[in-house]
Design a protein around this ligand. Structure first.
Ligand SMILES: NC(=O)c1ccc[n+]([C@@H]2O[C@H](COP(=O)([O-])OP(=O)(O)OC[C@H]3O[C@@H](n4cnc5c(N)ncnc54)[C@H](O)[C@@H]3O)[C@@H](O)[C@H]2O)c1
Length: 292
């Protein structure tokens, strides 16, 4: 272990939590993935392992590095195991009361210098930070999905975030190979202000028959230089999450471009949430959350 190696916990082993845990383990940090649900925790760990196995298979990591990355990761369903953590990143459900309560409980477990990062997409960082007795340690860090592949992280301070916490956060993200973009504590930060209306317009285009999901994905891939098409991306994001984020932003911004198209509600009602349920716009044999 080097001086730069930290003990990091990621709360929530879903799409984002398992992606962020992959980033931490790949950087060599002693990483604890925590979830209240055993099944979700197991799937999150399988997803991280699957990512490193694939990285070895395709020659991006040598075998020793792949094994070492897997060994730095452990799973827990007991919050007390997080006591030694230098950094805690929460990626639990998008629920203000839950996020506040989680940070409040952690206050009594970790040291006063532990950084609290929240990966919220739509909730106020200031509101989440108010759940901690030390709101100065709380910083918004909004990772892009899939977190192991996307370099950008939006950094948003809450009203009481301290300079030391902001600075330590930007330095920590740089050590992970991430690029920080500093933004304000506002609904959707920067990325979702653009991304959500754009994803909605792609869904409207599909509903209107402008193209198939394959042709629209291919057009975006070929012409706009995106790493994947909108429907592949939505399948990774999760239709439930897209619906929730789009609806929350619509409620806050009152801009109709954010309102989710009817197809979203039908897919969520049918349980076609994307990779995590094996079917979204496309079908998947492997329901690990990304990477294999
Ligand atoms: N999906 C995306 O593309 C995306 C992108 C950026 C940010 N986000 C944000 O990241 C957060 C997580 O989103 P997700 O898509 O990973 O959700 P998800 O539904 O895939 O996973 C959430 C996980 O949190 C766990 N959980 C719930 N309550 C918990 C608790 N008290 N303690 C520990 N774990 C708990 C659940 O069991 C589940 O495994 C949300 O705030 C979301 O807005 C999502």
């Amino acid at each position: 272990m080097t001086n730069d190696t930290k003990t990091v916990a990621v709360l929530g082993a879903g799409t984002m939590g398992s992606g962020i845990a992959t980033v931490m383990a790949r950087a060599g940090h002693c990483t604890i993935l925590y979830d209240i649900d055993e099944t979700n925790l197991k799937r999150g760990i399988d997803t991280v392992h699957g990512f490193f196995d694939k990285s070895v298979r395709i020659g991006k990591l040598d075998e020793a590095a792949g094994r070492a990355a897997k060994e730095t990761l452990s799973g827990s369903t007991d919050l007390n195991d997080l006591a030694p953590c230098d950094v805690v990143v929460e990626a639990v459900f998008e629920d203000l009361a839950l996020k506040k309560e989680t940070f409040g409980r952690l206050d009594g477990i970790v040291s006063a210098s532990t950084l609290f990062h929240t990966n919220t997409s739509t909730l106020p960082v200031t509101g989440i930070a108010s759940g901690s007795r030390l709101p100065e340690r709380v910083v918004g860090t909004h990772y892009c999905n899939p977190a192991p592949l996307m370099k950008l992280v939006e950094v948003a301070d809450g009203r009481h975030t301290a300079n030391w916490a902001h600075k330590a956060t930007v330095e920590f993200l740089a050590s992970l190979g991430k690029t920080s973009v500093v933004t304000k504590d506002r609904p959707g930060f920067i990325v979702n202000r653009f991304l959500i209306p754009w994803e909605n317009s792609c869904i409207h285009a599909l509903e209107a028959g402008w193209g198939t999901k394959e042709s629209i994905d291919a057009a975006v891939l070929g012409a706009l230089g995106h790493p994947m098409g909108p429907f592949r991306l939505l399948d990774i994001v999760g239709m439930d999450i897209h619906q929730q984020v789009a609806t929350r932003l619509y409620e806050q911004l009152r801009d109709p471009r954010f309102f989710p198209p009817p197809m979203v509600e039908r897919m969520v009602a049918a349980g076609d949430l994307g990779r995590k349920t094996g079917r979204g716009f496309y079908e998947y044999d492997d329901t690990r959350l990304f990477g294999s």
